[in-house]
Design a protein around this ligand. Structure first.
Ligand code: GLN
Length: 234
């Protein structure tokens, strides 16, 4: 991390992919990064006496950037999976999530994952567990194509214009897109897996990880976590 030479306060680079509301988004008025992750990470930084420089990045670029030392923290609704834990270290997890299928409202053909057929196309965001599942469905011959998107905003547009039949994405985020355009998207079937989001640091960066975990616990203990949660989810 670079050092603020006037005050000797460390500055860390923190990255998110901002088409993942309400966790990671762009504020329409300020055009700055925003969301639950943005507010939570900023209050952790304030509590722990460090500064943040926010970076907007493709989801598939986040872990490579952390490993290369180009960024210090990933705060981007990232499932702290076993597979990713081999590459990076995760903070205490702060949100339990899972994948769901979504269809265009009025599509009665798909009520669950079992209804997918070999003429259908599924979409997911690059580098995510949703894209992994779409790819697996394609490779096992259950669908015709897995369409992998850089941003979920475009994936949702393609769901609505019929380019894809189904979107595979995290429940709270698909809900946020639904709420933004009521009556256009429907979630179908069960939650398909269990995911827990954590903030990631470079493997072995225990000093920064401890700051994040301590700050997170302080936010939980003093009620700030609940306040930020209410701002974005209620
Ligand atoms: N749950 C997904 C993952 O961690 C999606 C993350 C995202 O798009 N921000 O792979």
């Amino acid at each position: 991390a670079a050092t603020d030479d006037t005050a000797d306060i460390p500055t860390y680079k923190v990255a998110m992919e901002p088409t993942f509301p309400p966790f990671d988004t762009i504020n329409e008025e300020t055009q700055e990064l925003d969301g639950f992750d943005y507010d939570l990470m900023n209050t952790i930084a304030e509590d722990q006496g460090f500064k943040l420089e926010w970076v907007n990045m493709g989801f598939d670029g986040l872990i490579p950037a952390l490993q290369a030392g180009n960024i210090d923290i990933i705060a981007s609704g990232m499932n702290a999976s076993e597979e990713r834990r081999e590459k990076v270290d995760f903070s205490t997890t702060y949100y339990d999530s899972g994948l769901v299928l979504a269809v265009k409202a009025g599509n009665t053909a798909i009520k669950s994952i079992d209804d997918l057929t070999a003429d259908m196309k599924a979409g997911g965001q690059i580098g995510t567990t949703g894209a992994d599942l779409a790819t697996e469905l394609y490779e096992t011959g259950k669908i015709k194509e897995a369409k992998i998107y850089n941003g979920l905003d475009v994936a949702v547009m393609d769901l609505l214009n019929g380019t894809i039949d189904v979107l595979i994405n995290d429940l709270p985020v698909t809900k946020a897109y639904m709420d933004a355009k009521p009556g256009t998207i429907e979630i179908v079937g069960d939650v398909l897996n269990a995911e827990s989001y954590g903030y990631a640091v470079k493997k072995g960066n225990t000093e920064l990880l401890e700051k994040i975990n301590t700050g997170m616990q302080n936010m939980i203990d003093n009620g700030t976590f609940d306040e930020i949660y209410a701002k974005w989810f209620e």
